[in-house]
Design a binder for this molecule. Structure first.
Ligand code: PBG
Length: 327
């Protein structure tokens, strides 16, 4: 065969493959989601997410030690409150569980970048992300509560806030209040393209946030829609979003790609709970090679255009990357 072009030449050894590799996972890409709850000396493993825990604050601090030692730059915090009510008071309480977790994290590890999830669903007794009237999830009256939540996180010392509720106008409401109260320097990472996904199932067990009636389809996006994700993202940027989250990640590579291509802002891919559980379950059965699958899935998000990776695999990934660095 008289072949001029032979792509296999550049695949002949690990050395040349490494030299021409186009995308890389870095420890600096990683954001580790963590769950905090009231109590003492307890960590409860989430049953569908082996290796992921709900931490009491003292255990949370211990766990942070490992996060920091591994060089992971950032965490994303979720709270499970002592009690829930119809207006999600725990979300914006000055001494709520997330607010206290932020304080304690920043006190022990000032360099650790602490991001907070801003939403009501973990704090409402009905499990929805907004206020309810006659079975309807209200948009505008919810905005002030979301802004108050973000403000209480900033006051506690959060470095960045991440609204995940999908109400219209929430980024503007949060930006306004933060600016007014002296927090113009706090960036907003918006869950702009957040789909109504079956992949959040295990998270809802972890956070006890399964809606008590109906579902989230009137506020989270319909999975078949891509153009709508571009609209949501454009609106969030207009309203002041600094970074964009695409969520879930694995089945939404096209959305990651389009978001990066079109807007150029930093994009975070959220490798969600169900994506984690699937890998863990298959690995526990010996059906897949966990490390290989995790690294391949995550680098696919980088290849699609993500800058940052929010992943429950962060500790393992950091360990693997550190080991490779030492070889
Ligand atoms: C809160 C929120 C959810 C997730 C992140 N923030 C749950 C939901 O929208 O039901 C899901 C994260 C995951 O599945 O890992 N609104």
């Amino acid at each position: 065969m008289d072949l001029k072009r032979r792509p296999r030449r550049l695949r002949a050894s690990e050395t040349i493959r490494k030299m021409v590799r186009e995308n890389h996972l870095r420890i600096d890409d990683l954001i580790y989601p963590m769950f905090v709850m009231p109590g003492e000396k307890t960590r409860v493993e989430v049953s569908a997410m082996p290796g992921v825990y709900n931490f009491s604050l003292d255990e949370f601090v211990k766990a942070l030690d490992e996060v920091v030692k591994l060089g992971i730059p950032a965490i994303l915090l979720f709270g499970i409150p002592e009690s829930k009510d119809s207006v999600g008071s725990g979300a914006y309480a000055e001494h709520g569980i997330v607010q206290e977790a932020v304080r304690i994290a920043k006190k022990h590890y000032p360099e650790l970048y602490v991001i907070t999830d801003v939403c009501l669903c973990e704090y409402t007794d009905h499990g929805h992300c907004g206020l309810i009237e006659q079975g309807e999830i209200l948009n505008d009256p919810t905005l002030d509560l979301l802004a108050q939540t973000a403000l209480s996180h900033a006051r506690a010392g959060a470095d960045m806030v991440a609204p995940s509720d999908m109400m219209d106008g929430r980024v503007a409401a949060i930006r306004d209040l933060l600016d007014k109260e002296g927090y113009a320097h706090i960036p907003i990472m918006a869950y702009s393209a957040k789909f109504a996904s079956g992949f959040y199932g295990p998270f809802r067990e972890a956070a006890g946030s399964t809606p008590q009636f109906g579902d989230r389809r009137t506020y989270q996006m319909d999975p078949p829609n891509g153009n709508e994700a571009m609209l949501e993202t454009a609106l969030d940027i207009e309203e002041g979003a600094d970074l964009i989250i695409v969520k879930p990640a694995l089945a939404y590579g096209d959305i990651i790609y389009r978001t990066k291509e079109r807007f150029g802002l930093p994009v975070a891919a959220y490798n969600v709970s169900g994506e984690y559980s699937m890998v863990k379950a298959a690995a526990a059965n010996g059906w897949i090679d966990e490390k290989r699958i995790v690294m391949e899935a995550l680098v696919s998000m980088k290849r699609a255009g993500a800058d940052l990776l929010i992943t429950y695999h962060a500790l393992d990934v950091a360990r693997w990357l550190n080991e490779e660095g030492r070889l």
